[in-house]
Design a protein around this ligand. Structure first.
Ligand SMILES: *Cc1c(COP(=O)(O)O)cnc(C)c1O
Length: 353
């Protein structure tokens, strides 16, 4: 990132093309898909994916069990696409059987969208089963894999997806500033004129790369350079398997430590992804999220507020350049801040109370 890359220069073009190829390979999609990077945060890429792949006369069905699924519905509405949602509670995975019944009954649906790991709660949706159902019904599947790609296995040969969006800065551990969409080449070739937006048109963006290897508009050169380095480090850690194993250890250390302090996780173990963990807020009136947050922040640990509608909660991430040592230190900091607040009982309020 310290180097001033020339955005139209051969060396940058070469690095960019290598990064694109490596991202496709991470999903086992070398033969079938292309990687189209896009400036902006991950949301821009999800919006570009929906706008480019779903034709204007198409109809999108979104599987919703959290804020990111709801955001895809909002995007489709904003761009004037027909959209419907199948909804589940935020602590329940989406159900492929319900999807199958809907697709059998409703022939107006042309495309299906799902979030792999719903970061709202940290829940893991059954991507392989959803992909199998969509494929069996001949509907292209669009995946938001923002918070899973690079750490949880996603393989187009077992989870056939038409398009999948992710970004530079989550499990790939690059810096923020770009997303990318892996799209089936043949499908994308037929997407000219679909997009509702000039700059979020993945077909036009792809034609640019195919033409001269360059980004259509000023590329985030520093972000691409950082992602190139991040992919080297990802490979050195053992790729998806190695990275996923470290996050799983982080998650285990965190949950064991927090449970020992008396906290309760929102999700049952079998549906929890090792990416971000939701803990229920202690009922003790001496516990206040803002004080908790400030106390942890002062000790060097920054956490997330809850994003749930079903229960009062907060979230702690397990991803990024952190390991067991840092996770233990985080639990220790939680213990210290609880003592400072005078909280002795971390059990949550009864659900629904
Ligand atoms: C982070 C995230 C996004 C995109 O968020 P940005 O803030 O736009 O980068 C989208 N979907 C999921 C599931 C995410 O975790």
């Amino acid at each position: 990132m310290q180097r001033d890359w020339g955005s139209r220069d051969g060396e940058f073009v070469e690095m960019n093309s290598t990064v694109r190829a490596r991202l496709v390979a991470l999903a086992g999609a070398d033969g079938s898909h292309v990687c189209v990077p896009l400036q902006g945060s991950g949301t821009f890429s999800v919006e570009a994916m929906l706008g480019t792949v779903v034709p204007r006369a198409g109809k999108l069905l979104v599987l919703v069990n959290g804020a990111y699924g709801r955001r895809m519905v909002e995007m489709a509405l904003t761009m004037g696409r027909s959209v419907d949602a199948l909804e589940w509670a935020e602590d329940e995975p989406v159900d492929p059987d319900v999807l199958g019944r809907r697709l059998s009954a409703d022939t107006s649906v042309t495309h299906v969208a799902v979030v792999h790991c719903e970061t709202t709660s940290g829940i893991l949706n059954p991507l392989v089963e959803v992909a199998e159902v969509a494929a069996a019904h001949g509907r292209p599947l669009l995946v938001d894999a923002m918070s899973s790609f690079g750490a949880l296995p996603v393989d187009v040969r077992t989870a056939p997806f038409a398009a999948l969006a992710a970004s530079s800065n989550k499990c790939l551990e690059g810096v923020p500033g770009m997303g990318f969409v892996l799209v089936e080449r043949e499908l994308l070739a037929g997407c000219q004129g679909n997009a509702h937006s000039l700059s979020l048109d993945l077909h036009a963006q792809w034609r640019g790369f195919e033409g001269n290897g360059q980004w259509r508009f000023t590329p985030p050169t520093h972000v691409v350079a950082a992602l190139s380095q991040a992919l080297d480090e990802h490979a050195a850690e053992g790729g998806v398997r190695g990275r996923g194993a470290r996050y799983a250890r982080n998650h285990r250390v965190l949950v064991e430590g927090m449970e020992a302090l008396g906290f309760t996780c929102l999700l049952p173990r079998q549906v929890q992804a090792p990416v971000i963990t939701t803990f229920l807020t202690p009922a003790d009136p001496r516990f206040g999220f803002d004080r908790f947050y400030e106390g942890l922040s002062a000790r060097g640990f920054v956490i997330y507020p809850g994003k749930l509608t079903v229960a009062s909660s907060f979230r702690i991430g397990c991803i990024g350049r952190v390991g067991e040592v840092e996770m233990r230190a985080a639990v220790e900091a939680v213990r210290a801040v609880l003592a400072e607040m005078g909280v002795t009982d971390c059990s949550p309020a009864r659900r629904g109370a």
